[in-house]
Design a binder for this molecule. Sequence first.
Ligand code: PGA
Length: 303
Amino acid sequence: MAHISMRQIHIFDSVARYESHTQAAQKLHMTQPAVSMQMKQLEKNLDIELFERHGKKLSLSNAGQQLREYSKEIMQGYENMMDFVDKIKGCHTGHLTITVATTANHFTTRILSAFSKKYPDVTISLDVTNRRRILEQLENYEPDIVIMGEPPKGHGLKSERFMPNPLAIIASPDHLLRDKKSLKLKEIQNEKFVVREKGSGTREAIEKHFAEAGLEYETTLEMNSNEAIKHAVSAGFGLGIVSLHTVELELDNDHLTTLNVEGFPLQRHWHLVTRHGKAMSPVAEEFRNFVLEEADKYVSFDR
Ligand code: PGA
């Protein structure tokens, strides 16, 4: 019988996912040569070619693709087993793998800091990315738990709504429309907008809102960070539409202002999302309860 280790399967699963030794190495906190050596060893032990190498580009061979299906199942089974071990130990130690939407990160770090004070032995990995990438991660059973906008129905996801996420139109404090009492959406459609990247939940919600009103909007800049949008808007690049979670300080300090446009703040909600079929570890369960009970203590807008 060929001798292969759990570690090799883990590394293979990661290299296969990213089709890159470098990215897998980053994810696994290993060096790139160590990853590459392990994969050569695995191919040797199994006596099949798992990868095709075209210059610097790596892709899975046919056999590699089929093996990936097994490695996914093995990794899933392994994680479920470790979660079970944590559960029977009934302790508050363990590891929490959490992914949050870019926008949710503005309050999540505060929640995590409080959670970690309560459970100092829990270690946490936090990934911050946009909605599209989060859905891919859930598809691959990567995170234990996710904070994002409402997920699409019918993808084997379980979601629990826990807090409002109002989107507001922001402008620089000297904007001409600042003091208008109530603006119609079509009165701002000729303004220029600074927007989030495609794949962002905020962007998706804005596009849907304008489309439902039969209107379009013009963008001047597209950025993948709320911080960058705030800077661009206060520098006069145009209007922005962002979650109020991201601009608490700037509104208080009058570095930015919100416009009174009908339909805004646009009401979205934050959801805790998990994937059916991925066992909830006691730590993930604890975090879920913590968020459901305490999250609103860590946000402070009341506009
Ligand atoms: P995002 O936020 O725009 O940072 O992806 C997620 C969401 O509102 O769904």
